[in-house]
Each structure stands twice: as C-alpha cells, then as structure tokens.
Design a protein around this ligand. Structure first.
Ligand SMILES: Cc1cc2nc3c(=O)[nH]c(=O)nc-3n(C[C@H](O)[C@H](O)[C@H](O)COP(=O)(O)OP(=O)(O)OC[C@H]3O[C@@H](n4cnc5c(N)ncnc54)[C@H](O)[C@@H]3O)c2cc1C
Length: 402
C-alpha cells in the first residue's frame, strides 16, 4: 500500500463517520446528541493519537485524567454530589463513543463510575455519598470494585473473603482477582462475607490501609491499559463508617451490576461500529486485482453483515437505555443486551480484521486492538454463557447453572 493511501486511510478512520443506518440519531434528545458530539471530538483529538502507544506499553495514560475531568462526563444515572446529570441513554452514548475509540478508557470509566461510584451511590448512606462521591466525580479520586476472587468468578455469589466485626471496626481477609484500576486507585469497594451472619457486605478500603496490597496482572493481551490486579486483604481494619450501610446481601450487589451490563452493551456497540467503519474505509481504498476490494461481492457481503449487526446493537442499546430511564429494565433484559452486543461485536471486529488482511493484525489500523479488547468485554460483568443462563432460566422456567 502506498504512503498516500495509508495517510488517506488514517484520515478516513480518524474522521467520525456516523454509521447510523436506521437513524438512531432521531431517537436522541438534543442534550444526548450534544453529549455524543462532545465525547466524539474529545476522543478524536485526545485519545486516538495516544492509545496505541499506551496499549502497546501496557500503561494507563494518566495524562488524560484532567482532560476527562474537564469534559464533565462522570454522571451515569446519579444526581448531585458533583456528578453531571445525564439519562441512561446519555451515559450509554458516553460508553459507546469511548468504546469506539478505546476499550481501556471505556473500561476505566465503567469501573470508576458504573461500579465503584454506583456502589457508593446505591448502597452507601448520605454521609458516605457526601464523603467519597464529589472527589470521585471530579476524578480527583479514582475507584475500583473488588468482587471477583481467584476461586469465584461466575459464581461470585459464593465469594469467600471475610469481614469480621471487632467493636467499631471490621477486619477484612481474603483475595480478589481482576479489579481494574486497583494498582493505583484511591478507593476500592470490597465485597466480603460477614462471618457472623453469612451475608455479603460492602466496604470502602483506601489504598494505604495496612494489609491491603494489589499486584498488577501482567501479560494481558486485552485492555492492556487497564491495570487489573490480584489483591490481598490481610487483616485490613476498616472503621464501621466505611461499611456501605445499604448492602445487605448479594442481591444488592447484583443491582449495581445490572446498570453496568447496560454500559457494556453500549461499549460493545462502540467497538463494533469502529471496526465496521475502519473495514469499510479500508475496503474502498485497498486495490487488489486492479479494483478496490469493496467492489468484490464476498467483501460486500461481509460489510453488509457487519452493518446489520451494528444496527441491531444500536437499536438494542437505545431501547435498553430508555427502559432504564423509565425504571422498567429487568436484570434479564440487561443480560440479553450484554450477551447479544458483546458476542456480535466480537464477531464484527473479527470480520473487520479479516477484511484488512495482514494490516488487520497491526495496531496502526486499530481493529486488532478492538478485537483483543472485545475478548475482555465478552467475559467481564458475567460471561456470555452466564448471561445465557440468566435469560435461559427466565424463558424456560428452569435454572441450568448447576
Ligand atoms: C479484563 C477484565 C477486567 C475485570 N474487571 C473486574 C473488576 O473490575 N472487578 C471485579 O470484581 N471483577 C473483574 N473482572 C472479573 C470478571 O467479572 C470475571 O472474569 C468473570 O465474571 C468470569 O469469571 P472467571 O474469569 O473466574 O471465569 P469462570 O467463572 O472460571 O468461567 C470459566 C468458563 O466457564 C464458564 N462457566 C462458568 N460457570 C458456568 C456454568 N454454570 N455453566 C456453563 N458455563 C459456565 C464461563 O462462562 C467461562 O466460559 C474482570 C475480568 C477481566 C478479564
């Protein structure tokens, strides 16, 4: 490929192309459109130029934190406490646009906002919200969410980390695996089982608490900028005012996860639309056998399949977001959307990678990064199989987990 074509392609990829075949845009409010446009401009200017380098080095780009803070996109469905109010669709659009640019940044926000802040917002007292949410909304403090354990992933309901009350404090013991941001964040929401009554409770651990340690999981080939960690809790003492007072069992944790499954569906759609747009741009410019490969029937068939999948994902997401805004989403609806969008998005990224031939496996053309990152999205917040089991139980009336 000539240098001119490479530059032309890079420009085509960088330009937001707005794949929106069934006019999803018409279903958005003015505010939501403005939010989408704001994040898109930010992504193109600030993220796209740096993501491949950080991804390759496996480091988090701390330089973007002040810029992300200035963008005022920490809101989700929370209100007050310095957050930016937005609809569930609005928050979804933020995830969509970040997914379109880079999965690691999208995941960083998903963990910080959707998991850590939402745990405190949904399960904390008013005093606890006032204490942690404003600095987190300003990205002055960053959060992590520690649920998964080395021996309990899909069955995190059976988690074994313990919390033992000792006067006005709790003593936490156990191990956690995978929490994103955990090597460098300020606060970690830890879920542990009360040794007195066996219920799952939530606690806010701070990074310097004696007995807390987090070791980066090296060697990841997905979401390489996200600093996932193995955590050890060795007699970590936290005062009772750091126990999330409205967390009275695992079903409360599950409520937090329902919102983030919505966000994973949107992020997946973002990855897919990026991969589709890159593949289309590439196919129109790549000449083989004397013609652009976009003129070949086999390539067009693949592009149309990808477009059909992307369009279905967009519609899934906007409907799910509206239902969430109306308070009508069930956990099985969120599970179905997460299942469909993550699995389909991985397929779309894989097809895009094929259309790019050898260039498809380079970071320069982005689709391999999207494909690698989608592998994590299919897994986290509950694997595709677990989402199937959740929906399957409802539609058949028979649980098939065990
Ligand atoms: C990049 C990344 C980031 C993450 N971030 C966080 C985080 O911030 N905080 C956090 O707490 N956790 C986090 N996780 C953990 C994530 O939620 C778990 O990896 C996920 O729930 C799956 O658990 P597991 O990896 O232990 O797989 P397992 O549960 O061991 O599953 C292995 C395989 O068995 C299948 N399986 C399991 N049970 C059944 C069954 N009953 N029937 C059929 N198939 C079954 C699964 O679908 C999967 O294919 C993250 C994970 C990754 C990869």
């Amino acid at each position: 490929m000539s240098d001119r074509l490479t530059a032309d392609l890079a420009e085509g990829i960088a330009r937001a192309r707005d794949t929106d075949y069934l006019n999803m845009n018409a279903l958005l409010t003015e505010e939501e459109r403005a939010l989408l446009a704001k994040v898109r401009v930010f992504g193109d200017r600030e993220l796209l130029p740096i993501v491949n380098d950080y991804w390759e080095r496996g480091e988090f780009p701390h330089e973007i934190l002040p810029k992300l803070a200035a963008l005022n996109i920490v809101g989700d469905t929370m209100s007050g406490y310095g957050t930016t109010p937005m609809s569930a669709v609005g928050q979804g659009l933020v995830s969509y646009e970040l997914g379109r640019l880079d999965g690691s940044i999208g995941t960083f926000m998903g963990v910080h906002v959707g998991l850590a802040m939402q745990s405190i917002y949904q399960l904390g007292s008013e005093e606890q919200r006032q204490r942690w949410l404003p600095p987190m909304a300003a990205l002055e403090k960053v959060g992590a969410f520690a649920l998964t354990e080395p021996d309990h992933g899909s069955d995190s309901v059976a988690l074994e980390s313990t919390a033992t009350r000792d006067g006005d404090t709790w003593i936490l013991n156990g191990r956690k695996r995978w929490p994103g941001n955990a090597t460098w964040c300020d606060v970690i929401v830890v879920y542990a089982r009360d040794t007195a009554d066996g219920t799952v409770k939530g606690f806010v651990v701070e990074k310097d608490d004696p007995g807390y340690s987090a070791t980066k999981i090296d060697g990841k080939v997905s979401l390489r900028m996200v600093q996932n960690a193995d955590i050890v809790l060795d007699e970590v003492r936290v005062p009772d005012d750091r126990r999330l007072v409205h967390c009275n069992g695992f079903p409360d944790v599950a409520k937090v996860l329902m919102g983030t499954r919505n966000m994973v569906a949107w992020s997946s759609a973002g990855h897919a639309v990026a991969a589709y747009e890159i593949a289309l741009t590439y196919a129109q410019r790549r000449i083989q056998f004397g013609q652009p490969i976009a003129q070949r029937q086999l390539i067009q068939s693949q592009l149309v399949q990808m477009l059909a999948d992307v369009t279905a994902m967009q519609l899934y997401c906007i409907r799910l977001g509206r239902l969430l805004d109306e308070g009508e989403v069930t956990d099985t609806m969120a599970a179905l959307a997460k299942y469909y969008c993550s699995v389909k998005a991985r397929d779309v990224c894989r097809q895009a990678r094929d259309i790019l031939g050898g260039n498809g496996i380079t970071l320069e053309f982005h689709v391999m990064r999207h494909l690698c990152d989608m592998e994590a999205l299919v897994t986290y917040e509950g694997t595709a199989e677990i989402q199937s089991l959740i929906v399957g139980r409802e539609v058949t009336g028979s649980g098939a987990f065990v």
